[in-house]
Design a binder for this molecule. Structure first.
Ligand SMILES: C[S@@+](CC[C@H](N)C(=O)[O-])C[C@H]1O[C@@H](n2cnc3c(N)ncnc32)[C@H](O)[C@@H]1O
Length: 233
């Protein structure tokens, strides 16, 4: 791009969603093109550096034992967490629950290049992951949540409950004993790790800070990881 020109933006999709309009677009940058997701006029994410979204899957799965693992991903976004889970050959099934119907449609149309949408292990569902968790039996080896910018910066106020006692209990309850819960956050959240560690059904709780350089600035993201105790309450 030369100075003074408007950055190239191509709209790939624009549709009404569950919480305002959903927009998927491509923009030009010095290092190539990037995808951007905008919800209700607010920038949600791009694919400039998706290392921490991928780490949400790899760090949780690294702590899972066995083969034939089943994974729930809460929040599709640009599909990077789900793709990282599918890249693990021990994973037999990845179920993604996404609240925005247009995003699921665009994924199925192949508009999210990170996501191997034809992988037979992948199942995309439209829905609220909080409702899904509270209505499910213990069947996942990993539950990976990235539906907000973390508990300190909610995208939808209704998501607050996911990080409180009943929400954490539902997420742990959706795991097989020994399974891993992992939550992404755009800032360190030691209080969330403490809340999870305080639950009798949780074990091995960790708060992992991940540093990322972006636009010349250092950012600290975080993962909260915890295992469902073998004898969960
Ligand atoms: C930051 S993006 C997720 C990024 C994703 N980890 C990736 O790798 O691209 C958050 C996603 O969660 C979705 N979302 C927000 N609240 C949700 C909810 N309660 N249930 C399901 N999906 C939700 C948003 O629509 C958005 O697609």
């Amino acid at each position: 791009m030369t100075g003074g020109e408007a950055p190239f933006r191509e709209e790939l999709g624009r549709a009404p969603g569950a919480y305002g309009e959903v927009l998927l677009r491509r923009r030009a940058a010095d290092d190539g093109e990037h995808l951007e997701l905008v919800v209700d006029g607010v920038f949600a994410m791009d694919d400039v550096d998706t290392a921490t979204e991928r780490a949400l899957a790899t760090e949780a799965l690294r702590r899972c034992r066995g083969q034939g693992l089943t994974v729930l991903v809460g929040g599709l976004g640009l599909g990077c967490t789900a793709a990282a889970a599918l890249a693990d050959p021990r994973v037999a099934a990845v179920e993604v629950v996404e609240v925005q119907p247009p995003l699921v449609d665009w994924a199925r149309e192949g508009l999210l290049p990170a996501l191997p949408v034809a992988d037979p292990r992948l199942r995309l569902r439209v829905g609220d992951v909080a409702a899904h968790l509270s209505g499910t039996r213990a069947r996942y080896d990993a539950v990976l949540l990235d539906v907000d910018n973390g508990p300190v910066f909610l995208v939808h106020p209704a998501n607050a409950g996911l990080y409180e006692e009943p929400g954490l209990a539902a997420a742990l309850g959706a795991l097989r004993p020994g399974g891993m819960l992992a939550i992404w956050s755009s800032a360190p959240v030691p209080e969330l790790a403490g809340r999870l560690a305080g639950r009798s059904g949780a074990a091995d709780v960790e708060h992992v800070v991940l540093a990322v350089e972006r636009d010349g600035r250092r950012h600290e993201y975080a993962l909260v990881l915890g295992r469902r105790a073998a004898q969960a309450s």
